[in-house]
Design a protein around this ligand. Structure first.
Ligand code: IPM
Ligand code: MG
Length: 380
């Protein structure tokens, strides 16, 4: 590849619903400004998927679009979900489908103290600098669930993942007959090994010698006892300098609230990672600044942790920092460490230099989504 080809990246974009388009628009402008300062250009392909496209066309996410997306260097996603669409349809049909189709097995969710961003718990001068590494393709998120109205259930449980395919049936009968629901969770050796590897690499990069494995083996021993065992074995075998601290998720939540600055890498199965990443985002300053990435060996996708917030969509009240910082994660993933650092420093500088009024509305200022984007760009 020639040098000039090296300097172009194509990015697929699903801005999505609610505040998605407005925050993504700022994230794009900031990422472009940072990358162009390093002589790199970003080319964006927009996809219309989300609630209004679905309501208009009945189309959720066609296979043809997946194939096109695959050819991009990375993807950005704003937010999916709208009160006009039954909960679950778009979340599963777009967001989870993208994560599974592209085998984005790492959900990366850092949380950091940022200047002038209030935290709900006193930190006594310490700083939060933690990262949830959430397994993103297994656990209770396999989509293998059924409701039985008549006390019997006999359903295929077939699925494909990046590294394996699963076939079989779930066959159950309950007596006395009554309606029930069953959802199957799976953690595989393959899945736990690869996410543990990533968590340990992250700890190594951060210069840390401990990861916290978020589990619940005392009550759910097969699923989470297995997760712990494979995580420990993988770390012992491949990262002898890194120690796994096992923590039951309930106790971990308690300690996270009492002392959020005490944690570094939190390795989580999918469901606990979903919950714990919201908790740590809340502790570090809120959804307005919580960035995320869905990373795999193929197409990776970067999205803020927050949802579509339809109540404030179009009002300018949305805080684009979470999307902007997700853009920084994307730049780093593309190997553009310099540009990523530029974005992160620009966000910090903007917040640090704020004198109140020019803070995001959620932090007591009156800056709109657009104005925040502009202020960050000025600091690039
Ligand atoms: C998240 C969200 C999703 C999840 C929903 C919208 C399906 O909560 O990205 O954390 O559960 O993973
Ligand atoms: Mg969530």
């Amino acid at each position: 590849m020639s040098c000039s080809e090296d300097k172009k990246f194509s990015i697929a974009v699903v801005a999505g619903d609610g505040i998605g388009p407005e925050v993504i628009s700022e994230a794009r402008r900031v990422a472009e400004a940072a990358a162009s300062a390093d002589g790199v250009s970003l080319k964006w392909t927009e996809y219309p998927f989300g609630a209004s496209h679905y309501l208009r066309t009945n189309e959720i996410l066609p296979d043809s679009a997946l194939n096109e997306m695959r050819a991009h260097s990375a993807m950005m996603l704003g937010a999916i979900g709208d009160p006009a669409v039954k909960p679950g349809i778009l979340e599963q049909g777009i967001l989870l489908r993208l994560r599974f189709e592209f085998d984005q097995y790492i959900n990366l969710r850092p949380a950091m103290s940022l200047p002038n961003v209030p935290t709900p718990v006193p930190l006594n001068g310490r700083k939060i600098d933690s990262v949830v590494i959430r397994e993103n393709t297994e656990d209770l998120y396999m989509g293998l669930g059924r409701v039985s109205e008549d006390g019997r259930l006999d359903a295929p449980m077939d699925l494909k993942r990046g590294g394996y395919s699963l076939t079989g049936r779930l066959s159950l009968e309950i007596s006395p007959s009554m309606a029930f629901a069953a959802q199957t969770a799976l953690n595989t050796e393959f899945g736990v090994e690869r996410i543990t590897r990533h968590a340990c690499q992250m700890a190594r990069r951060r210069g840390e010698s401990v990861i916290t494995v978020v589990s619940k083996s005392n009550a759910v021993p097969a699923l989470y006892g297995f997760f712990e065992e494979i995580a420990r074995k993988t770390a012992d075998r491949e990262f002898p300098e890194i120690k796994c601290n096992m923590a039951n998720v309930d106790a971990l939540c308690y300690h996270l609230v009492r002392d959020p600055a005490a944690y570094g890498v939190l390795l989580c199965p999918n469901l606990f990672g979903d919950i714990v990443s919201d908790l740590q985002a809340g502790l570090a300053g809120g959804m307005g600044t919580a960035a995320g990435g869905n990373i795999g060996d193929g197409l990776s996708m970067f999205e803020p942790v927050h949802g579509s917030a339809p109540d404030i969509a179009g009002t300018g009240r949305a805080n684009p920092i979470a999307a902007v910082l997700s853009g920084a994660l994307m730049l780093r993933h593309l190997g553009l460490d310099g540009s990523a650092g530029r974005v992160e420093r620009a966000v910090s500088k903007y917040l640090e230099g704020s004198r109140g009024q020019d803070l995001p509305i959620e932090f007591g200022g009156n800056f709109t989504c657009r104005q925040i984007g502009e202020a960050i760009i000025k600091n690039i």
